[in-house]
Write a protein that binds this ligand. Structure first.
Ligand code: AMP
Length: 403
């Protein structure tokens, strides 16, 4: 992190992609809170701050007349909360890289904060356009990337912009550093046994991660909708459960690879299923390999909860991505909540636990145990790609690595 910041204008890429309700109130300010240490560091060391971020996908959801839906996607609605948290006035440049932004930057003094309008109001942001990146870069003397959640995108403000700063003029923010340190604890010589818990709806999204994890985990616990692709591949009858038929062969390959490498890849022994995808549909326990034709698996069953909890409690390193069932439905949340409890208990016993991916973060928050795990990542896709061993473009750009 930079120390020599007196009178420097510091451009910080943050992830302020916060949820807004229909009256433009922030419903969860976690992402703003997580960016504060870096912003405050710059302000306390005599610099001024220019904040840039995206919010949603404005160009994919234009108004009927083709204009941008400012009500939904403007960063201006963050000003009151930001002003409260930073205890100062927040200036705003509604044109992001236009004359207003340049004029305000020219007049910035130590301790000032300028927020730029949503970078994704410009197609050049997601295209990684060089001229657009150069213009953004002109706004600051120094560049900090603190947006781990978008580090897997080679966008203008997350990646391409770094080219316009010398290595000594660019660095990671505190949040990015923390994310990398914690992910590296899992990736590089984790304490063993190392258990990965993978849930969620789609196997397709997580195949590469499972493949990579087989190389270095001791146990992989599969849950959620993606279990049924494995179960069908193994010859089970899964009724109307979620399945990705195009992934059946790959599921068998993963099972064979795990066996070859002595990794315990566990599939839930039993399943809580219902006839309809609804909280109120009557729940019944099945052997996961013998689900009735008219039923669908919506949660792991009691035997699976018991088995998975034991494995987790005996682990020293735990990675959790994705819910074990449809935890949004109270009647099918027990599997996910029990696993959250086991992860928290293992952590209290001394294990290191890393939780990442939007839905597992919501699940741990819902369980009320979020302060009892080691680290909750702000990255969904970015964390998965990092753990798959990919060098993220936003990280490479700061480190100046080309491959
Ligand atoms: P993902 O984005 O792939 O992590 O998936 C998260 C979603 O998977 C959550 O919204 C869960 O409700 C859903 N999910 C988990 N288990 C199941 C299941 N057995 N059937 C259908 N959806 C599920």
């Amino acid at each position: 992190m930079f120390q020599d910041l007196a009178n420097k204008k510091v451009l910080i890429r943050v992830d302020f992609n916060v949820p807004l309700d229909s009256s433009q109130n922030i419903t969860d300010d976690t992402r703003i809170l997580k960016a504060l240490p870096t912003i405050l560091h710059v302000l306390h060391h005599g610099g001024s701050v220019i904040l840039m971020s995206h919010l949603g996908r404005p160009l994919k959801k234009l108004n009927d007349d083709g204009s941008i839906d400012i009500q939904k996607f403007s960063l201006r609605y963050l000003i009151p909360r930001l002003s409260e948290l930073l205890e100062r006035k927040i200036q705003f440049a509604s044109d992001t890289i236009g004359p207003i932004a340049f004029d305000k930057v020219l007049n910035l003094k130590a301790g000032d904060v300028l927020l730029l309008e949503n970078t994704r109001f410009f197609a050049e942001e997601t295209n990684g356009n060089l001229d657009f990146s150069a213009k953004l870069a002109q706004l600051g003397d120094l560049y900090i990337n603190d947006a781990f959640g978008t580090a897997h995108r080679a966008h203008a403000s997350t990646t391409i912009i770094a080219k316009f700063f010398k290595p000594e003029e660019r660095c990671f923010g505190y949040l990015m550093e923390k994310e990398m340190v914690n992910a590296n604890k899992v990736l590089n010589s984790p304490d063993r046994p190392f258990t990965a818990i993978l849930g969620g709806a789609k196997v397709g999204d997580k195949i590469q991660l499972i493949d990579k994890l087989i190389d270095f985990a001791n146990n992989i616990l599969i849950g959620g909708g993606m279990s049924y692709t494995f179960i069908k591949a193994m010859g089970g009858t899964i009724g109307n459960s979620l399945v990705e038929d195009e992934q059946l062969d790959l599921a068998l390959e993963l099972l064979a690879k795990a066996k070859d490498q002595n990794v315990d890849l566990l599939i839930p022994e039993d399943t809580l299923a219902a006839k309809e995808f609804s909280n109120n549909s009557e729940a019944k326990i099945f052997d996961s390999f013998k689900i009735d034709n008219d039923s669908m698996g919506l949660d792991i069953g009691p035997k699976a909860i018991e088995k998975y909890s034991q494995v987790i409690l005996n682990s020293q390193t735990i990675l959790w991505n994705g819910p074990l069932g449809v935890f949004e439905f109270d009647n099918f949340s027990k599997g996910t909540m029990s696993i959250a409890k086991a992860v928290a208990d293992a952590t209290q016993k001394g294990a290191f636990s890393l939780i990442g991916g939007g839905d597992s973060v919501s699940a741990i928050n819902q369980s009320g145990l979020s302060d009892q795990v080691s680290f909750i990542s702000t990255g969904g896709g970015a964390l998965l790609e990092y753990l798959e061993g990919k060098k993220l473009p936003g990280i490479k750009a700061i480190e100046n690595q080309d491959d």
